[in-house]
Design a protein around this ligand. Sequence first.
Ligand code: UDP
Length: 323
Amino acid sequence: MNVLVTGGAGYIGSVCVEQLADAGHAVMVIDNLSEGHRRAVDPRARFVQLCLSERDAVIRAVKESGAEAILHFAANALVGESMANPSKYFRNNVASGLNLLDAAVEAKVRKFVFSSTCATYGPPDRVPMTEDLPQRPINPYGESKLMFEKMLGWYRQIHGLEFVAFRYFNAAGASARFGEHHRVETHLIPNVLKVALGQAPHCEIYGTDYPMPDGTCVRDYIHISDLADAHIRALRPGVNGFYNLGNGAGYSVREVIQACERETGRAIKAIEKPRRPGDPPRLVASAERAMKDLGWQPRFPKLETIVASAWAWHSTNPKGYAD
Ligand code: UDP
């Protein structure tokens, strides 16, 4: 199948492009390289450097690609940054995304697969979280993704554009070739591993007064290869709608740091800081719907395995994709 991937030079996109190519799909990547890296694009894919804000060029590129499906990863995805700069999130995630959506309709693309997030829910009334929980985001990042989900609903109803929206919990880990490299790293696991690599003196714990057993936030970490696998399954005819992707197990910030110490065999110093604005205390998925409809099953559900794969990649690529 001809598949167009936006954000294919980014963390999740890069591993998805790798799996698409492994499965024999013809892949074209669009990425503006604001967050992504040219070296993170699998050489089997065609690469076009383009920003989704360039509406006419995006429409031309989508038509020219002959894509039957679009996987849309390109977005800004930092809770903390969105609380300081909401404009960036609504502009890039909503307005620029809309250009791509219109291009998909014009080019008669059959299926649109969207990277959504558990941040669309806000703090849940119960865990594990099912897809029918109310969506009440508490940061502009989650709000921008929810707005796009709603646009997809209307585009399906009005234009017949089929879609799958995956609400990711915390993507982590690496494949053998592709891993996580953000120019400014804010994510927990890579920041903790920086200490193990000797690149930082300590990591930080944002908030130790949450109503959780050890006072720190709880998240559901899911291996990047398992996320990518769900996207390949979403291309099948008849798969539609909203799906959570997580393992159904929650780990606190302190537990993640301990897992990193075990997997690296190194002591990791952590200092306690105030809460980071916009962080819900606990997010844990129920991914039963994805298991049932997609036949999806996480192959690497254990936190240890996820951390070990991240450590393997970071210790082999200590500068990430930088020269
Ligand atoms: N966190 C932390 N120190 C860090 C980075 C993150 O304590 O250096 C916490 C953060 O407050 C959240 C959890 O770890 O509770 C996961 O954060 P991350 O940024 O990795 O992902 P998010 O859940 O925001 O998508």
